[in-house]
Design a protein around this ligand. Sequence first.
Ligand code: SAM
Length: 216
Amino acid sequence: MMIQMIPAEIQDYAESFTSEENEILRELRRKTYGERDDKSMLSGFYQGRLLSMFSRMIEPKRILEIGTYMGYSALCLAEGLHDDGKIITLDVDKETNEIAKEFWAMTPHYPRIEAFLGEATHIIPTLNETFDLVFIDADKPNYSNYFDLVFPKLRIGGIILADNVLWSGRVLNAANEDENTKALHAFNQKIQADSRVSNILLAVRDGLMVIRKERD
Ligand SMILES: C[S@@+](CC[C@H](N)C(=O)[O-])C[C@H]1O[C@@H](n2cnc3c(N)ncnc32)[C@H](O)[C@@H]1O
């Protein structure tokens, strides 16, 4: 269960001054919150609008998403795609992938979303693309591996976003915590020590690390 890091009334105020999402995204959230025990995995409205805003600012031709789940964040990211852009999204879960595809099919973005099923660490090395934007949002112990695998495929000036890097605040005491917490803290330390990037850890929702590739 994710803790609320920003006071609820401040969060509500911020959301009330944030552009609306479209009806399909709203319905996908309703379905996820109503039917799924693992619903906390969904990015949610506020982070979804932030992902959309990043994507609109970058206007990427190639996006890689690691962790599709119900397809919500992929649709948010797709909103900023360049006219001839596409998003590749990876997941191991066939069931959620089918639901994602049903919802994508209701949008004009569908032809520009390519979903691959399988272990992301196996698929990424096979992708012959140069990415402008990458969203890391899958299994936490692999975050550092995902960074190492995508870094050579990211253009200079490209952006990596990594979700859940505050892990409900547990990273503050990572030495005494579980494998996921230790991995996320190690990832944050690795990024901070990497002279090839500039980065800012946004204390939004569960923590979003924003990383810009400055050099190879
Ligand atoms: C937090 S959810 C993604 C949420 C989604 N990005 C969103 O914001 O709505 C994480 C997803 O990563 C997937 N996943 C976990 N381990 C994976 C792996 N080794 N390779 C690919 N996907 C994985 C899970 O099946 C799950 O659907």
